[in-house]
Design a protein around this ligand. Structure first.
Ligand SMILES: [Zn+2]
Length: 314
């Protein structure tokens, strides 16, 4: 049976899990898991990683990451995936397809814009039925010459998607490395765009540590840089809506705007700065997901130990 869902369901399981992880001050971490073989096969891989390494969070592509084509999913299989997530108390999030651009202009490119909107709605439906908390979406690619139009187009896309999809899966805006017309790398932009949406409570954030560092948002090289970052986010209420942290070291220097991820402890961000950030009370209970280079999950092995130490040691 195949179907699209545009229904309103209570958020339930994921909110409860976030709350319980937060209250117990537990670490919820993991990495990207391959979808090959389908949603149930993916869930089995996630369960194996949970049993071996304690990874209780993961990210996945709902469909081919290089295409915006809508995926016709088999509901029974996706629901089985959700049941497994609930049984093992795992949390997952979808990463939208690479070509997706919230700043696509419906006036200049109506056909393409519709494709982007449908692709995101499709991802949100798959998130809901597989039990994922939502869909991570990059802030958007705008023309440098017209940033304001870029923001307007992002709002149009978001509002159209929010009007079409009414379920519990969240849209999670991810901070960018500083390219793409220079938008999407500050807290102000994220908080403003969320507040201007027709349904702000269904929009949250995904904070990427590598992007924050190379864009110049997070002065991790500076001794007071992390404290300042946390304070800046507090002032705008940004951290309250962060559901996921992409925990990536940076292969390029501070402010370089070059987006190349490195494994934890091998790039420019010191482990001391990473520890200060990840163990901050503002980030308790969020999903910590590695997007660092690894052709197989086994290559993340040294990083699990680092993550555990970052959170628990003093
Ligand atoms: Zn990321």
């Amino acid at each position: 049976m195949e179907k699209f869902l545009y229904t309103v369901l209570p958020v339930s399981m994921n909110m409860l899990l976030k709350l319980s992880v937060h209250m117990a001050n537990e670490l919820s971490y993991g990495c990207h898991i391959k979808l090959s073989g389908g949603y149930v096969r993916m869930a089995e891989r996630a369960i194996a990683l949970y049993e071996q390494e304690g990874c209780s969070s993961f990210q996945f592509f709902a469909k081919n990451p290089r295409s915006l084509q809508v995926k016709q999913f088999v509901t029974a299989e996706a629901e089985r995936c959700r049941q497994l997530m609930e049984h093992y108390r795992l949390r997952s999030v979808i990463h939208s397809a690479y070509p997706l651009n919230l700043a696509i202009s419906i006036h200049d490119q109506p056909e393409a814009a519709i494709q982007h909107i449908q692709s995101l709605c499709n991802d949100l439906e798959i998130a809901e039925v597989t039990g994922a908390i939502g869909v991570v979406v990059h802030f958007g690619v705008a023309k440098k010459s017209n940033r304001l139009a870029g923001y307007q187009d992002i709002l149009t896309t978001l509002n159209t998607v929010l009007a079409m999809y009414k379920g519990p899966a969240l849209i999670l805006l991810e901070n960018q490395a500083g390219l793409y017309g220079g938008i999407g790398s500050t807290f102000e932009e994220h908080v403003q765009i969320k507040q201007l949406c027709i349904d702000p409570e269904r929009v949250g954030f995904c904070f990427d540590t590598c992007h924050a560092y190379v864009s110049g948002l997070w002065h991790a090289d500076n001794q007071l840089g992390t404290e300042q970052l946390l304070r800046d986010g507090d002032r705008l209420g940004y951290w309250d809506d962060v559901e996921v942290v992409h925990v990536n070291d940076a292969a390029e220097p501070f402010g370089s705007m070059r987006d190349r991820h490195a494994q934890l402890g091998t790039g420019h961000i010191s482990l001391a700065a990473m520890k200060e950030l990840l163990s901050a009370s503002q980030l308790h209970g969020v999903m910590n997901v590695l997007e660092t280079p690894a052709s197989d999950v086994s290559f993340h092995q040294p990083e699990w130990e680092i993550l555990r130490q970052l959170h628990y040691s003093n």
